[in-house]
Design a protein around this ligand. Structure first.
Ligand code: ADP
Ligand code: ASP
Ligand code: MG
Length: 413
């Protein structure tokens, strides 16, 4: 007998038909003699719908009320799942974050989980009741509802699995595993049988939204085996663990991309000590996350800085940078919010030179201009115009030998 935490994403609970399919998956694990704790997201589209309602009323949205409202999608889904389980003759009980309790930091919209109370869950399990827990939400010290950031139900599931010492945290979604790249963009992407936490963390951080970044961090920290599976088709999915060996010793395991980047450049800044701080300090102080940074070699005592931010923060970063430019006597501020970042990831890169040059060669041959480059031990990222995203990813996927053969595997979706 094993203990599984089974998490279901939006599409997996997107209709009554899908809720019934979820109940069948849970019932099957129960029939096999396992203990199951269910975690669910909101029905697909619901969180977006709620956020859009809030946007019509207030800008910026009050973060306490934001969480109070957007967390309701999960409440509907868990109650429906509990009903579907009861309809199958199983005992089940839906639980909100505060009923578990899942306690978090204060930051309403991007709260961090601080603790997961095991007692209530364990006593339900002992009485053979299936806990069906709302993902994405928690409660802070004031008793307010908090939310964990978009995609946060993955993190709820992993935190619960870690607290309970579950044998596996199973993330059921609309694709049957983690692929060499998003199978919606590259139809010849291959499913990975297994992947290491380290590689999955890079893929998630670089834009592969199949798992929330924090859920992978958490799973690695507490060594919770994570499995990504489809709630639509049976299969063994992808296991993410420490043991995962790099796929067939591939140099590149996967390709991630991020469509939500924007870049800003400040031209002709006086090149003096402390200038990087004077420029970027106020940007971070304003809560704007900075990703890549490039500083050019100075000429005539002046230099240029380019950095990237999330597209949602482009306008505010631009306004701020213009003020800074005036203060520092820089020449000009320019920007572009039609860029994307494409990244190659693989632990095999550590010991192999030449991957970067192959990447640049492949993109160059397709006429794709590289605007920025950044590298670390197991990844190389480039920024290109958004119109080249699909072409760039597909071409790199083939060039690094990741395409599946025509006769391999079935459709992931
Ligand atoms: P859920 O609603 O179940 O949480 P998400 O939409 O958050 O699902 O994540 C699943 C999606 O992640 C897939 O539909 C797929 O388009 C996307 N995705 C991006 N990169 C990858 C990848 N490397 N492997 C699998 N899926 C990926
Ligand atoms: N429902 C939330 C969202 O759409 C959380 C999740 O799906 O993981 O972001
Ligand atoms: Mg998700």
């Amino acid at each position: 007998m094993a203990l599984y935490v089974q998490k279901f994403g939006g599409t997996s609970v997107g209709s009554i038909e899908r809720i019934n399919a979820v109940a069948d998956i849970v019932a099957k694990a129960k029939a096999e003699g396992h203990q199951v704790v269910v975690v669910s997201s909101a029905m697909s589209g619901e969180t977006d719908r709620l956020i859009n309602l809030a946007k019509e009323v207030q800008s910026p949205i009050d973060s306490r009320e934001y969480s109070s409202m957007v967390s309701t999608g999960e409440q509907v889904a868990i109650a429906l799942i509990a009903m579907a389980l009861k309809a199958r003759g199983l005992n089940a009980k839906s639980m909100l974050g505060h009923q578990v309790p899942i306690t978090t930091s204060d930051d309403h919209k991007k709260a961090r989980i601080q603790s997961v109370g095991k007692e209530n869950i364990n006593s339900l399990l002992e009485s053979d009741v299936i806990p069906v827990i709302a993902g994405f939400q928690g409660v802070n010290a004031q008793g307010d509802v908090t939310t964990l950031g978009r995609g946060g139900s993955d993190t709820s599931a992993v935190a619960i699995a870690a607290a309970l010492g579950a044998d596996e945290c199973q993330i059921y979604t609309d694709v049957d595993g983690v692929y060499t790249t998003d199978p919606r963009v590259v139809s010849r992407a291959k499913r990975l049988e297994q992947i290491t936490f380290e590689e999955m963390l890079e893929l998630a951080s670089l834009g592969a939204k199949v798992l929330q970044i924090r859920s992978v961090e958490f799973a690695g920290k507490y060594n919770v085996p994570l499995r990504v599976l489809s709630s639509f088709n049976p299969g063994s999915g992808t296991l993410i663990s420490y043991e995962g060996k790099p796929m067939e010793d591939a140099l590149v395991s996967g390709i991630a991309f991020n469509r939500s980047e924007a870049k800003l450049t400040i031209l002709g800044v006086p090149d003096t000590p402390g200038v990087a701080y004077q420029l970027l300090g106020p940007v971070s102080d304003a809560g704007i996350g900075i990703d890549m940074i490039i500083q050019n070699i100075a000429a005539d005592g002046r230099t240029d800085f380019t950095f990237t931010v999330h597209r949602d923060e482009y306008q505010s970063a631009m306004e701020l940078l213009q003020q800074i430019a005036n203060k520092l006597g820089a020449n000009e501020v320019v920007g572009d919010d039609h860029i994307v970042k494409i990244s190659l990831v693989g632990v095999g890169m550590r010991s192999h030179a030449g991957i970067a040059s192959t990447m640049f060669d492949v993109l160059g041959r397709e006429g794709i201009n590289i605007q920025m480059i950044s590298t670390s031990e197991i990844k190389i990222s480039v920024v290109v115009d958004e119109k080249y995203l699909e072409l760039g990813v597909r071409t790199l996927h083939s060039a690094f030998g990741l395409d599946k053969e025509a006769d391999e595997e079935t459709d992931p979706l």
